[in-house]
Design a protein around this ligand. Sequence first.
Ligand SMILES: [Zn+2]
Length: 567
Amino acid sequence: MSPTIHAIFTAGIIMSSIPSSFGADTRQDSVASRAHQFVEEHEATVRPLEKAVSLAWWSANITGNDADFKTKEDAQNRLDAALADPARFARLRDVRAAARAAKDLDPILRREIEVLYLQYLEKQVDPALLQGMTARANAVEKAFNVYRARVEGKELSDSEVRKVLKESKSSDLRRKVWESSKGVGAVVEADLKALVLLRNEAARKLGFKDYHAMMLELNEQRQDQVLKLFDELDQLTRGPFRRLKAEIDVKLAADFGLAPSELRPWHYPDPFFQESPAIYAIDLDAPYAQADILGLAKRFYSGIGLGVDDVLARSDLYEKSGKSPHAFCTDIDREGDVRVLANIVPNERWMSTLLHELGHAVYSSKNIPRSLPYALRAEAHILTTEGIAMLFERFSMSGGWLEKNGVRVDDVRAFDDAGSKMRRNRLLIFAAWCQVMLRFEKGMYEDPSQDLNKLWWDLVEKYQLIRRPDGRNAPDYASKIHIVSAPAYYHNYLMGQLFASQVHETLSRDVLHADPAAALYDGRPEVGKYLQEKVFAPGRSLPWNELTRFATGAELNANAFAAELKN
Ligand SMILES: [Zn+2]
């Protein structure tokens, strides 16, 4: 389906296709008319509630006020209640069944109904079960908030734990800090296990085999499909990861005066080995210390024909008290009111983060055609918008990119060399970690009664190549908060990276006629044109893998990603 076709299916035309009196094909017409009526009702009731949630979310994160957080919670509850309405869902289910059977139905209308069906289905959980799930999840999240590691009588904050794991040269101290940081797992284990059972029960009541399978299907993914992709990725990256891991271990073992075989989980730079240790002597922050981060981002995006001045004018970009310390991008109304929350300081991480958030901003209703109906005027999938954001964030470690943008770098070649190694290492380490998360969550929901402590460490040993601590039997998996608060979600980050690599390869080859390893986008408006036509224009009218094929000529696969990580 080409984006020019979408321009024809405006809401107005769909409306005008509804007959005023029933003609020859009454059944067909009545499906279209019922579908259209449902969409109209959805837009009249749910659309203002969604906008209210976005605005309240924005204010709460800017001010940090209790009152604003209360407003946000109330707005979310009103939206959830509208989507949970059983009578409306029953009607939607009927319309969807009819729409699936009706051959000649406008494909855009059919797709709208499908997208809305999945959105409502997620909220059809038995209210008593939902209450139980919320209570357990809150209990776990609260326990995470108040838990502090404690070593030799001293409490350590999360950032203090990370500082020890980044900097300390004492194996003994590292072990104590690491073990104590995992203590939260034992605190939340019982609540988490109860939560898993409730989630599975809710999923089974909606007709799914377990909660993990349900979460994927609500996001139009299948377990076997995602697993196949992860197997393929494992095969392609296992060799490079093994070599990198050996290189890291030699360096760490020397630092700690140990043999590589004596390294344990606490010798790595963070509690889960998600990040790369600093094994190259280069300061990535140095060129950014005096740089105008905002100006660089502005110029870059306008140079590729995707200017963001209007987004930045509505954004909140610098630190202030009460404000969320993180970063996000939000599309308030699907009418072009797109904003970024950030806390810019002049270093590499914030250059990368700003490029990332503005990547979300350009892939939004700002560039998705207004001719698409409201329900489809959004990114195809969470993985495709993460992918576009990741595509742009990668430039912050490129010496060539800095040079093109007039930022002084002492030794561009050395910066480029270290930057591309660091980028590669981060991706390899992150990919191995995502393998553990995907496979653990799948296994945990499939059979919650199995020995989960063992499952966790079996996977860590197999994919991250980290030796489990001798004689330890503890629920270390339960110390990862995402298992509670962002369940069955992590794999999308890695699929987003695959999407970024695949789009970059296509862009380099077909649009820039350049080697993907060296291609820069600066001052090339054809980059923006390609993204607009091939990635943004279809909005949500195509499922994620069809969009990937439309944009790159192939379904999502690990080849481009693995090719980048080969050396
Ligand atoms: Zn993102």
